[in-house]
Design a protein around this ligand. Structure first.
Ligand SMILES: C[S@@+](CC[C@H](N)C(=O)[O-])C[C@H]1O[C@@H](n2cnc3c(N)ncnc32)[C@H](O)[C@@H]1O
Length: 222
């Protein structure tokens, strides 16, 4: 498990996602545009896995009247989010914990970026359902994280993920098995399973909008 309470991990966090996630800034931009399809200019936005504050900052800068609830179990990552947000943080309530204990909303839209691949498969539907029940009917939900097919193609995709990061200076520790080991540590599920989970949690019409090596992103509606 990745240690988001490990000070070294947290200290280098803000630099890392743009290096290892292909199209990171455009993923945030597309997410914000999809959220804005159902959120009014003064909308209330739920951000799950808000640690580090990177998408909160991007959303807050582009939408000056949106208000946010950010949810994350890691105190250290939420502290980093406060630093990242600076004065924008006046519009963000940060909840340390899991979604089940988060404010009830209702919210006009929600996102969960680069987070669900840390959640065990057995907890995925319940986590998604807790998000959905906090949304207004019809509200947009955007979710993106590692998602890979089962079988022999999996390691090839993890190698490509590693190669992308390596070109940007984010080499995985070969002595610890590199990106393939990460792929075995994380509960990375096939895209078909992700769609089933979204539907089981009560979301309507989940649609793929982002695919980048090992990452997939979907938009669905409550
Ligand atoms: C890779 S970071 C992504 C942070 C941010 N969404 C971004 O895109 O930069 C993953 C975050 O998910 C948090 N996390 C892990 N499990 C979680 C859960 N069940 N619910 C909410 N957040 C969780 C971690 O503490 C960490 O802050």
């Amino acid at each position: 498990m990745i240690g988001f309470d490990d000070p070294a991990t947290v200290a280098r966090y803000a630099d890392n996602p743009p290096r290892v996630v292909p199209g990171f800034h455009d993923l945030q931009r597309m997410t914000r545009l999809l959220l804005a399809e159902t959120a009014p200019v003064d909308g209330q936005i739920l951000v799950v896995g808000a640690g580090g504050g990177l998408e909160l900052r991007a959303f807050a800068e582009a939408q000056p009247l949106w208000r946010f609830v950010g949810v994350d179990p890691s105190a250290a990552m939420l502290k980093l989010a406060r630093l990242t947000l600076g004065s924008l943080g006046e519009r963000a309530e940060l909840h340390q914990g899991y979604i089940a204990t988060a404010p009830e909303g209702p919210f006009d839209a929600a996102s969960c970026l680069l987070t669900l691949h840390f959640v065990p498969e057995a907890a995925r539907v319940a986590t998604l359902a807790e998000i959905r029940r906090r949304l207004r009917p019809g509200a947009a939900f955007v979710v993106a994280h590692h998602s890979l097919p089962e079988g022999h193609l999996r390691d090839s995709w993890l190698d490509r993920f590693a190669a992308f990061g390596a070109e940007k200076g984010a080499a995985f520790d070969a002595a610890r098995g590199g990106a393939r080991a990460l792929g075995r540590q994380l509960p990375i599920l096939p895209p078909e399973t992700e769609l089933v989970h979204l539907l089981e949690a009560g979301f309507r019409d989940p649609q793929l909008f982002y695919a980048a090596f090992t990452f997939r992103g979907w938009v669905a509606h409550a």
